[in-house]
Design a protein around this ligand. Structure first.
Ligand code: ADP
Ligand code: MG
Length: 458
């Protein structure tokens, strides 16, 4: 067979492997854009169309790609990324369907008459100030958002909100956008930082960065959600830095959310950290029980169901740390009761929601507990499981520990990665591997069940 064909074949096989491991979006965005170039002396050269891909793949996907290649050719290859701007590479067609890229679109909003056309912004209609319950855990953030929505660009700029998962950051941020859209002619742009990044890459690939910049630098109010995603991503931080400066200089409002204070985002440029602190920084904390009850009550009213206070209290007592989960529990309960045509009782709640209540308990479980538990279970040294030494015989337990960290805690892939001194792609790979193995291996399923029971009860 011709050498080039060999390389193509090898890469195709690796791709099929990777396709199974990654989400469709990740596969199309990061793997489908790679073209294999050559294989010489066990070095496989892979081409991409710009250095952004090169950096990103290097940082995030190298181990995954390496493993896939090892799996298909049975030996370790070195991988070299090469930028070839002239190469015609398969490209991910961003126009087709990638709805989440940015909340703005070129199509003008349907507004009557001669009013200024505004880009469409997709906000969740439920996320308004009216539906937001204010309590001591979020009153400061709420007040700041109200002020910003009334005087964008002047009250507090930027507004930086941080707090844990499911505590209402996105809700409040979108309420700012909703208020501005209903009460002014302002151009509002809501986007997660991940979508911001993806949008950047799309434009980079189409060589249309100017239009990317136009889009973001001409907003009156720019809402960027979950900024922690920018951690360690130099190029996009650079781009965002300039967007920030331009908007700030023109007194346009910037609102940011994050799961932690900016100074605690690893690999976030100092100049960004300091800019994020120029305006107002506010924290959203876990809601107290009164607020949780009030949220449940409003939610039940929204579903036109009257619930006994005892049931609301039961739920609010048992599910403490995450409002999204609290709402999910309520919805599940109400759906069940209406299907069974039975009144909602505490007894019913504790039966129907058993899984949820258990995992609420295990939320306090920390990755470290899991690492320790798994190490003990397999009689390993904790340092071997976590550290940088990589004895091959413990790859499997390590993957199991990552898998359990994902199942039993609320931590994100990057957070789990940090705890294991690996990157998020490795964690993702580990989880998929364990899931696949579990399907065909009853012993493994048993061990994992045993382990997780032990951990949850510890
Ligand atoms: P975050 O962005 O902090 O992870 P979200 O804003 O997505 O959290 O909120 C999770 C869910 O909880 C949403 O459905 C939101 O409407 C609801 N929620 C959070 N806080 C409140 C609140 N104070 N009042 C009413 N609903 C809330
Ligand atoms: Mg959010």
């Amino acid at each position: 067979m011709h050498k080039d064909d060999q390389v193509q074949q090898l890469w195709q096989a690796a791709c099929s492997h990777l396709k199974n491991l990654l989400s469709d979006d990740a596969y199309l965005r990061w793997i489908a854009v790679i073209a294999p170039r050559s294989l010489d002396d066990e070095v496989l050269t892979l081409c991409v169309s710009n250095d952004f891909y090169q950096d990103w793949l290097q940082e995030n996907y190298l181990p995954l790609i390496r493993d896939a290649l090892t799996a298909v050719c049975g030996r370790h290859l070195q991988i070299l990324f090469q930028v070839d701007t002239s190469a015609v590479l398969p490209s991910f067609d961003m126009e087709a369907g990638d709805g989440d890229t940015a909340a703005s679109a070129a199509a003008p909003a349907k507004r009557p008459g001669k009013e200024k056309a505004r880009p469409v912004v997709r906000l969740n209609p439920k996320y308004t100030f009216d539906t937001f319950i204010v309590g001591s855990s979020n009153d400061f953030a709420h007040a700041a958002c109200t002020a910003v929505s009334q005087n964008p660009g002047t009250a507090y700029n930027p507004l930086f909100m941080y707090g844990g998962v499911g505590l209402g950051k996105t809700h409040l941020m979108q309420a700012v956008g909703d208020h501005a859209l209903s009460n002014s002619q302002a151009t509002v742009l809501y986007v997660t930082s991940e979508a911001f990044l993806n949008d950047y890459i799309d434009h980079l690939q189409k060589k249309s960065l100017a239009s990317f910049r136009r889009r973001y630098r001409h907003a009156d109010i720019l809402l960027i959600d979950d900024i922690q995603f920018l951690a360690g991503k130099e190029r996009i931080q650079e781009e965002f830095f300039h967007t920030f400066n331009e908007l700030y200089d023109r007194r346009k409002q910037i609102v940011l959310t994050c799961d932690r204070p900016a100074s605690e985002i690893p690999g976030l440029q100092k100049r960004l950290v300091s800019r994020f602190e120029w305006g107002l920084v506010t924290q959203i904390e876990e809601p107290d029980v009164e607020t949780r009850i009030a949220i449940l009550r409003t939610c039940a009213q929204g579903m036109h169901v009257a619930l006994d206070d005892k049931v609301l209290e039961f739920l609010a007592e048992r599910i403490r740390s995450n409002i999204r989960r609290l709402e999910g529990a309520l919805t599940k309960l109400i759906s069940y009761a209406s299907l069974m045509r039975k009144p909602v009782t505490i007894q019913m709640a504790s039966t129907i929601l058993r899984d949820m209540l258990d995992s609420e308990h295990s939320e306090k479980l920390m990755i470290e507990d899991i690492q320790r538990g798994v190490a003990e279970f397999y009689s390993l040294r904790l340092a071997d499981l976590v550290g940088n030494r990589r004895p091959a015989h413990i790859a499997a337990p390590r993957q199991i520990a990552m898998y359990l960290s994902r199942k039993l805690t609320e931590h994100s892939l990057p957070e789990i990665g940090r705890a294991f001194e690996r990157n998020h792609a490795t964690v993702h790979h580990a989880i998929r591997t364990v899931e696949t193995k579990m399907k065909g291996d009853a012993d493994l399923r048993g061990s994992i069940r045993l382990l997780s029971d032990r951990l949850v009860r510890s």
